[in-house]
Design a binder for this molecule. Structure first.
Ligand SMILES: Cc1cc2nc3c(=O)[nH]c(=O)nc-3n(C[C@H](O)[C@H](O)[C@H](O)COP(=O)(O)OP(=O)(O)OC[C@H]3O[C@@H](n4cnc5c(N)ncnc54)[C@H](O)[C@@H]3O)c2cc1C
Ligand code: FES
Length: 251
């Protein structure tokens, strides 16, 4: 992990309310898929914003972000050449065992972005099925990347792109047709992950989920990001996660 002084190379809109920012770090980072960066948007915003690492190429790193509140609005307005502090890579990330050949990616909302990094790390070596849910057609992004999966099912809440269903329902429909993965990797809003946890427990599938908690330090020191584990103990999402086996956490 390093606190890079990163230079914005590109910062552009890629879908409705969603932007992608690419930084040059000045050196090639060593990143595992599913890890994140904690970005200082400067000014009076003392707390950094945690954003999943979407892709790295040479010395550059790209983050995709939804414009939500003050921090992401400020980030959207920054131009190429601006320098920001980016602490990365943080968290444990996703890991797939050698004997897990068939991967299902289940993502919704801003949870689709870390799954792009998974696909980039594992395509070629694995059979990857991606079930990706968007709010509507305007929010659809990353399709070029997801098309590299062995199978890509894109769906929307209102049916304006793909079928009208959510990512968990799309995954379940394929499961019912006998397309059973060795491991499920997921990221998305808590209600989506909760529905997925119920499904994978019923189907006895191995599943890892990446959680999005409000964060402070991003390095395990402030305890802002704790979540409940099924063993009754607490875990820090930034340091012990953000990826957990779905059996180990309460949603
Ligand atoms: C590990 C991780 C990875 C993430 N990856 C992405 C991503 O790839 N793309 C993306 O668009 N968003 C991602 N998020 C959510 C993103 O961090 C928040 O949307 C963002 O911090 C909102 O900041 P804001 O100032 O615009 O909003 P505000 O609502 O003004 O934020 C106020 C405070 O709440 C925190 N906060 C608000 N919403 C969230 C949230 N859902 N999760 C965590 N902290 C939150 C902010 O960091 C800030 O400290 C991720 C969150 C985590 C924890
Ligand atoms: S954000 Fe500080 S401990 Fe996780």
């Amino acid at each position: 992990m390093k606190d890079y002084i990163a230079t914005i190379v590109k910062n552009e809109k890629i879908a409705e309310n969603i932007h992608a920012v690419t930084f040059d770090l000045g050196e090639e980072p060593k990143v595992r898929c599913g890890q994140f960066g904690n970005i200082s948007v400067g000014g009076t915003h003392l707390l950094r914003r945690p954003i999943a690492i979407c892709k790295t190429e040479g010395t550059t790193v790209t983050f995709c972000y939804q414009i939500k509140g003050e921090g992401t609005q400020k980030l959207r307005d920054l131009e190429a050449g601006t320098k920001l502090n980016v602490l990365m890579p943080l968290g444990n990330g996703f890991y797939v065992e050698d004997n897990e050949k068939k991967i299902a990616l289940v993502g919704g909302g801003v949870g689709v972005f870390p799954l792009i990094s998974v696909l980039r790390e594992y395509y070629g070596d694995k059979i990857v099925s991606a079930y990706i849910g968007y709010r509507n057609k305007g929010a659809v992004c990353g399709v070029e990347e997801f098309m590299k999966a062995t199978r890509f099912v894109g769906v929307t809440d209102d049916g304006s792109y793909g079928e009208k269903m959510n990512a968990v329902q799309a995954f379940q429909a394929d499961l019912e047709k006998g397309n059973r993965p060795d491991v499920v990797l997921a990221c998305g809003p808590t209600p989506m992950l909760r529905a997925l946890k119920t499904l994978v427990e019923k189907e006895n599938l191995n599943c890892y989920v990446s959680l999005e908690e409000r964060m402070g330090c991003g390095i395990g020191a402030c305890l802002v990001c704790v979540c409940d584990q099924t063993n009754g103990k607490k875990a820090r999402v930034c340091k012990d996660g953000p990826v957990f086996n779905s059996r180990d956490i309460s949603l």
